[in-house]
Write a protein that binds this ligand. Structure first.
Ligand code: URA
Ligand code: SF4
Length: 197
């Protein structure tokens, strides 16, 4: 099956998935947004209230800030592939190890299918999951935000660039400036690497 048909099949599958308890409280599963041939993939934690209502990732308050950050980097949201570690609404905004373990195979397959050059985990949960997946040590966001890590696995090689979750700047306003600086620098490094024009 070609990647876009397979993504379509997975998108359908999550709508009725019951592999963890989160199916009980979801209205709409949120699988992804963006082109299958995207060179950059963003990975958040999981849908919030707005995302659950609309079935789209990052459309609430954190999403508005993410839009500004993407602009700050000089990128176009429509060219990015956006998803989350968890595909169903997190009522407490916290994920258990069990839920992550149940849902992560979807993310793993999305990474295989999209095969991005750059993976951008937003927040600790996504960063730790992706660093571990590629055999690297998880570390606190204070130490790794905005840094470029080279990840290789079998035939895949990609950059991982962890960023603070935009929601953390809504809770903790001084982080806003750090986020804007990180994204500005991110954009200019992507241009100098020739990953974006
Ligand atoms: N927070 C996330 O981690 N993901 C979303 O899609 C929205 C908010
Ligand atoms: Fe399935 Fe993931 Fe939703 Fe849990 S969060 S029910 S594993 S799609």
């Amino acid at each position: 099956m070609d990647p876009s048909s397979r993504l379509k099949a997975l998108r359908n599958e999550v709508k009725t998935c019951r592999k963890c308890s989160l199916w009980k409280t979801r209205k709409n599963a949120v699988f992804d947004e963006g082109p299958v041939d995207a060179r950059i993939m963003l990975v958040g934690l999981g849908p919030g209230k707005q995302e659950d209502l609309q079935g789209r990732p990052f459309v609430g308050a954190a999403g508005k800030l993410l839009d500004e950050l993407i602009k700050e980097a000089g990128l176009n949201r429509e060219r990015l592939y956006i998803t989350n570690v968890l595909k169903c609404f997190l009522p407490e905004n916290r994920a258990t190890e069990e839920q992550i373990k149940a849902c992560a195979p979807y993310l793993d397959e999305q990474i295989d299918l999209v095969s991005p050059e750059v993976l951008v985990p937003l927040g600790n949960v996504a960063a730790n999951y992706l660093l571990k997946k590629f055999g690297m040590e998880p570390a606190p966001m204070e130490e790794i935000h905005g840094k470029f890590f080279r990840a290789s696995m079998l035939t895949q090689s990609m950059l991982i660039v962890p960023m603070y979750h935009p929601a953390s700047a809504l809770r903790n306003p001084p982080l806003r400036n750090v986020l804007f600086e990180d994204w500005r620098e991110f954009g200019s490094r992507l241009r100098s690497l020739g990953i974006v024009p």
